[in-house]
Design a protein around this ligand. Structure first.
Ligand SMILES: *Cc1c(COP(=O)(O)O)cnc(C)c1O
Length: 355
């Protein structure tokens, strides 16, 4: 049976979007493709409140996380971690032989500007990585406040933001906040099938990258820039996904960005209220995600049995991530899911568990 996905990626994709991928194929050096990229890019710039470059990478987010940290630093990187995805960026930095240090907080806690300030003051850093929405724990880091601190006190430090599970679900003002890299795969809040990553890059970050000799090739901004003004990518892109993204961006802008942010928060508040009533919310409640709620499994239910039953009714939620596998479960409320979907899901869970 078809299951509506309430997992934190891939998430539910509307039929119109699935069908938009079935448009006839076009050549990636043909005018039809140039027109497509020229159309979709300004829509993405609007989404991110930026006048700077937005690249389309045919890759999952992990690839772009690696590509961006590889071209961010000629000195030392501070990686921040508050869960499995942010920790991944540290592992990538280490594996690429880039000098780095880890600022890590216990699961369920947030990276704060105070912690970042203390850590950045200890060595000569020129880049920092932050995951905005830590999908593994349901914590949303205060990136705007972190950016304000970094821009004010550490002007040479590039701020790289993984917004994979919140871009297109929460407001991210790339230029006003002073971010340098902000990336997200499209299978989460964009509600598209996986395979494409949207990445905004500041002019400052593009200049820095030119000074990094071992910056790689596929993700290198200077390679992307060779074709950027022609509205092309250096390698063959996932054309069908970009066609679907173009359609989805029209729908996102037609919904209205402020409406979209408000809908995500409303869905989050409904799930949080439910979680508080019947279970508990995991982590520091001052920093809860708007797009995924991590519920403490205080009733010790079998999440896999619950999911089996939900499956019969056409829905799927997610267990806890990594160390939290059995102690939590996660309900995603992102992308094109509506308040009515969330209410329906919670009714099904209550019915199955007899709550
Ligand atoms: C899903 C996710 C990733 C990894 O995305 P892939 O598309 O699997 O590469 C990275 N960071 C965060 C915060 C995520 O939620």
């Amino acid at each position: 049976m078809y299951k509506k996905l309430f997992i934190p990626g891939p998430t539910h994709v509307r039929d119109e979007i699935l069908l938009a991928q079935a448009a006839p194929m076009i050549g990636h050096r043909a005018k039809e493709y140039q027109d497509l990229q020229a159309e979709v890019t300004p829509k993405l710039q609007k989404l991110l409140y930026t006048n700077q470059r937005v690249y389309l990478y045919t890759s999952s987010s992990t690839g772009v996380m690696e590509g961006s940290v590889r071209q961010a630093s000629t000195k030392r990187v501070l990686n921040t971690a508050c869960g499995a995805f942010s920790r991944r960026w540290y592992d990538m930095t280490v594996r690429n032989g880039i000098p780095c240090d880890l600022l890590e907080v216990p699961l369920g806690q947030a990276i704060t500007p105070e912690l970042v300030d203390e850590a950045l003051s200890k060595a000569d850093y020129d880049a920092i990585t932050v995951v905005m929405n830590e999908t593994a724990t349901g914590i949303m880091n205060p990136v705007k406040e972190i950016a304000a601190l970094v821009r004010q006190k550490y002007p040479d430090v590039l701020l790289l933001v993984d917004a994979v599970s919140c871009m297109a679900g929460v407001k991210i003002e790339f230029d006003a906040w002073g971010l340098d890299v902000c990336l997200a795969g499209v299978q989460k809040c964009f509600a598209l099938p996986p395979g494409l990553t949207v990445c905004a890059v500041s002019d400052r970050a593009r200049e820095r990258a030119l000074k990094v000799p071992n910056r790689g090739y596929y993700f290198a901004y200077d390679q992307m820039d060779k074709r950027y003004d022609k509205h092309q990518t250096p390698a063959t892109p996932a054309i069908s996904l970009i066609q679907a993204l173009n359609k989805q961006m029209d729908d996102i802008l037609a919904e209205g960005l402020e409406n979209r942010w408000a809908r995500h928060l409303e869905m989050a508040e409904i799930v949080r209220a439910w979680a508080r009533k019947y279970f508990a919310i995991y982590g520091d409640e001052r920093y809860l995600s708007h797009t995924v709620t991590n519920v403490s499994n205080t009733r010790n239910i079998s999440v896999s049995q619950l999911n089996d039953e939900l499956g019969k009714r056409g829905a799927m939620i997610s267990n806890g991530y990594g160390d939290l596998k059995d102690v939590c479960f996660r309900i995603a409320h992102m992308g094109d899911l509506q308040v009515s979907d969330i209410k329906w899901l919670l009714e099904q869970i209550n019915d199955i568990l007899g709550l």
